[in-house]
Design a protein around this ligand. Sequence first.
Ligand code: MN
Length: 348
Amino acid sequence: MTEPNVARAPAGAAADSTAVPPEICEAIRAGHDIALISHVTPDADALACLGALWLALPELGKYPHLVLPEGTVSRQLQYLVRFAGLQTAHSDDVRNCDLIVALDTAKDKRLNEHGHVAALTSIPILNIDHHATNTRFGRWNWIVGHASSTSELVYDVLRALGCQITPTIATLLYAGIHTDTQGFSLSNTSAYSLKVGHELALAGARVAEVCERMHRSRSRGEFELLSTVYRNTRVSPDGRLAWSSATYQEITATGCQAADIDAQVEIPRAIEGIAVAILFTEGEPGKVRMNFRGERGVPVLELATKFGGGGHHASAGARMSGTLQEVMDRILPAALEFVAGLELADPA
Ligand SMILES: [Mn+2]
């Protein structure tokens, strides 16, 4: 017996790209000196978008200027910076730009520019992002909530502009998509993101190297920090909520910083049957970051926005002042109530 030949696109997964709006390409074509900025604590998606545009724009006769303040890239992701040979611009060059491209950044407050280019306010912004909560702070905004990553959108932009996808650009964008989809394993993995992954592999993306550097290249300190997050993981009596935490003390004792731990909400998330996972990290004394993840379509964005955060439907974040314990005492009762109210299909 053969299986009936039925296409099984998961609900909500776009089969094809959303066409790049013409004004997005026109804004780039009209620019001359172009500042490229992403979000604070840049992840692989942010760095990939910065790097891909920085490498591609000279082909169109543009002068790209990378805004990536010293010390903002985690140890593990410095691989991408070295691999692409990325060089940060001087602030004078940035001030003289006639266009800013903001990448993967939901709010202008989150732009990773450390205030050294405060004069940027007069420069028009082109805003390319996949966060559902993007505030559309640009003069031009291309916000595609169903895209797996901003790297997927930058790939579409480069194709629309007729830029060559070199093996280095392909490797960067592959790293961005691979990381935002957790290795093509999350619900944001669409038929289209797999298609782009395929095209990037054909263009020479270093698939195995990206996986090794993103998933199997922990320093001893990072490994120790992960074991702390495992040890601190707790599960609610109803089995629906799992959470973990790391205090400032626990993070710095391993020689790590908060940026090294941002994605580790995947640890409590790995427990079978949970609906929501949360990671609380105290990156600086008295400043707590929360990462929320929802399984089986659970809209954790609702929970995150209650506490001033944002992000995506099933992957969101928020920040709060206070000690780790104070913040957990505030958030956990609300999270327990949230999961208790969910109507969940039983996991198979
Ligand atoms: Mn992203």
